[in-house]
Design a protein around this ligand. Structure first.
Ligand code: AMP
Ligand code: ZN
Length: 472
């Protein structure tokens, strides 16, 4: 079955046809590195990773970019409020550069923990470009827009004049008249409610700031880029003027992506992205998970509760990327148990590398329908349950898990407490057996654990588990 994807630009499911097969260019709007990513943020990157893996299954080579926003993102997503990077630096008494390093590294660690393939390119400017390393590209784009007559300058910055781009409201189906009527905040010197800053000037208070550069258009004052321009400049630099796929969270549709389209298409006269895809929110008790509401959790918080990153990823996959999910501890614990069951079946299935092609193809066809992960996970569970004894279940199920990015046999080094739940329960049974000097039972349990792929060692500090490397 041909790969079909839901395109926000047309609000329809479309056949996916890249410009230059087998290459697919993909840009994912990345994190603002002023704090740890919360698990709602991480949903956007797990979604992009499932998309990448599905594209690869279809024979494509994906050139993927996740940008690192390290300047210019103000609290309101529009052009108001404090600068997020300054908030981070003030909070921790560090320089902005130290904050950028700390939280970019933390982001890479999260990507690795979640088996996100892009992590293999961490630190490479061509895959994780930093906005502050691309100031000249952003200035060049602003200069082009100015030459074409799309900008105007106010006392606090250089703005994009959205009235010059009549298609501006189309992407997000914006009701501009309604927005004007509902305006509660003062527009300042902005000409239209939707106009946005391409560049902001530093306040003229004589204070030297860590993040300020010479302004475009020969303006003497120093300043810094607006939040949106970095994505257009870096996407074009590394992926070309028209990219195949652009992703982000749904909150990006009305402001950030609408602005990216306006500035990119006015500068080049070409479509900016051919497929726009957006992942839905993660809620807690019906409210969006967000730092401002104080209801966020990180991967580290999940670990403290004994939830592994694999289990979290597995839980995310039980819902479509387009539906909102509600985070509860019961839900992720249930997912961890579901994954444990799968691990148990696969690790105790007959050793063989035979593949059940028919069922593997059925599984791939499910994913090709706009990344239908909930049905793919259900299919995987049913297939393994009903074919436990068959020779080819092992390798087929491992293959399906690889496509989903689930490290089902826990082949990566992990902390002791993150071993699958059923191994942990065998370990506690064995401890009890040893405490009561029931050596026969203790040895029997050691063998049972070994059959599941884990070696128990008795050390002065108690039992230690190691994963036995088995051939794939
Ligand atoms: P930020 O670091 O704030 O720029 O956000 C990074 C990504 O996370 C963006 O694509 C947002 O759309 C997304 N995001 C933020 N909050 C949530 C949430 N509660 N659920 C899902 N995605 C979110
Ligand atoms: Zn972006």
């Amino acid at each position: 079955m041909m790969l079909r994807l839901y395109n926000t630009a047309t609000r329809t499911l479309e056949d996916f046809i890249p410009q230059n097969p087998p290459t697919v260019t993909m840009y994912n709007c990345g994190p603002t590195v002023y704090n740890y990513a919360h698990i709602g943020n991480l949903r956007a990157y797990v979604f992009a990773d499932v998309l990448r893996r599905t594209l690869e299954q279809n024979g494509y080579q994906v050139n993927q970019i996740i940008n690192i926003t390290d300047v210019g993102h103000l609290i309101s997503d529009a052009d108001e409020g404090e600068d997020k990077m300054v908030i981070g630096a003030t909070r921790e008494g560090k320089s902005v550069e130290e904050i950028i390093t700390k939280y970019t590294d933390a982001f890479y660690a999260d990507l690795e923990a979640l088996s996100i393939e892009a992590a293999q390119d961490k630190g490479l400017e061509s895959h994780f470009p930093r906005a502050t390393h691309h100031i000249s590209e952003q200035i060049a784009l602003i200069n082009t827009l100015d030459e074409e007559g799309y900008t105007y300058t106010t006392s606090d910055g250089i703005y994009f004049d959205t009235s010059k781009f009549p298609r501006y409201p189309n992407f997000a189906k914006l009701d501009i008249k309604g927005m004007q009527a509902g305006m509660r905040v003062d527009m300042g010197e902005k000409k239209h409610v939707t106009d946005f800053a391409l560049w902001k000037f530093s306040p003229s208070d004589g204070v030297i700031r860590e993040q300020e550069w010479n302004s475009p258009l020969g303006i003497i004052r120093k300043g810094f880029p607006g939040w949106h321009i970095e994505c257009s400049a870096m996407a074009m630099k590394y992926l070309g003027e028209t990219i195949d796929i652009h992703t982000g969270g749904v909150d990006h549709i009305p402001v950030h992506h609408t602005n990216e389209i306006a500035q990119s298409e006015c500068a080049t006269g070409k479509p900016f992205a051919r497929y726009w895809m957006h992942s839905a929110f993660m809620n807690v008790d019906g409210q969006k998970m967000s730092k401002s509401l104080g209801n966020t959790f990180t991967l580290a918080n999940l670990r403290e509760h004994g939830i592994s990153p694999e289990a979290f990823r597995y839980w995310l996959l039980t819902a479509s990327y387009r539906t909102q999910v509600n985070f509860t501890w019961e839900a992720v614990k249930g997912a961890q148990q579901g994954l444990s069951k799968l691990t148990k079946i696969i690790s105790s299935s007959p050793e063989s590398t035979d593949i059940d092609q028919d069922n593997l193809e059925k599984f791939k066809a499910i994913l090709n329908n706009d990344l239908d992960t909930p049905n793919a996970v259900a299919f995987l569970q049913e297939y393994t349950k009903h074919n436990k004894e068959s020779r080819n279940v092992r390798q087929t199920a491992i293959e399906m898990c690889n496509i989903l990015g689930i490290d089902v046999l826990f082949r990566r080094p992990i902390d002791n407490f993150l071993f699958p739940e059923f191994v942990q329960s065998l370990m506690s049974d064995r401890k009890q057996a040893r405490d009561t000097r029931n050596w026969a039972e203790s040895d029997r349990l050691r063998d049972e654990i070994k059959r599941l792929g884990y070696e128990v060692k008795d050390t002065p500090e108690g039992q230690k588990l190691e994963h036995i490397e088995v051939a794939k």
